[in-house]
Design a binder for this molecule. Structure first.
Ligand code: CA
Length: 242
């Protein structure tokens, strides 16, 4: 049996927080609750959880600030599911741009939340996040895709450029993994969003551009002259295998 997933929930509405905790603990997960952003960030540093459930509206700082702080302080690898109210559509877009992996709109069913958590953990390889057992791990087969000077390790969700480890967010990794798997094939923004975020974000297709732009900064030799991820004007993006 693997270790149970550790999840931090940052949510100031105590009733909702309790419901989430009770439900997910029944599902065999281990839950830490925080009623505010700064306490939540403390819990994340202390416990290195596999995933963060983050309410957007918090008393001390909002969810986007929490995202920003975590990304800035190097907690890049933690997958984030945002909880938002129906009216906060712009914030959702910003949330995805800040590197959140998914969001769920209140009111939501706990079964749906649990399903989303499992989907995000599956996509991001969450079981690796808390472990620091080194490179050998316990996997029998490791799938490493080689593209130009990039090595994309699909099992470990890690990427190397030459000898250098490239630090990608979970969403950036998913985009690169999808594009590089099908060199030359053009993907629309919507296709990338649906495939990488698991939902139809038809209203926010442009939010993929931010992820692509960040990804390019990390993997391209020349930020102004893209040789791996190429824009296909009027259609979307494609990966070029050098
Ligand atoms: Ca709230």
């Amino acid at each position: 049996m693997p270790q149970p997933y550790k999840i931090v929930v940052i949510e100031d509405e105590e009733k909702i927080a309790r419901m989430i905790k009770d439900y997910l603990e029944n599902e065999g997960m281990y839950i830490f609750l925080a009623g505010g952003g700064s306490k939540g960030i403390g819990l994340i540093k202390e416990h290195s959880p596999d995933l963060l459930i983050l309410d957007l509206m918090l008393p001390d700082m909002n969810g986007l600030d929490v995202c920003r702080t975590l990304r800035r302080e190097g907690e890049r690898s933690i997958p984030i599911i945002m909880l938002t109210a129906r009216s906060q559509e712009t914030d959702r877009v910003v949330g995805l741009e800040m590197g959140a992996d998914d969001y769920i709109v209140k009111p939501f069913s706990l079964a749906e939340l649990a399903a989303r958590i499992r989907a995000v953990l599956r996509r991001t390889g969450g079981e690796q996040v808390s472990g620091s057992t080194g490179a050998t791990g316990g996997k029998d087969e490791t799938v490493v895709m080689k593209r130009g000077d990039l090595q994309i390790d699909v099992d470990n969700c890690s990427v190397k450029k030459g000898d250098r480890e490239v630090d990608l967010t979970p969403t950036e990794f998913k985009i690169l993994n999808l594009l590089a798997r099908h060199p030359g094939r053009v993907f629309s923004r919507l296709q990338l969003l649906e495939a990488c975020l698991g939902e139809a974000y038809s209203g926010y297709e442009r939010s993929i551009d931010t992820h692509i732009s960040n990804l390019r900064k990390k993997i391209e030799d020349d930020a102004a002259n893209h040789s791996y991820i190429v824009t296909v004007f009027g259609f979307g993006y494609k990966f070029v295998d050098k």
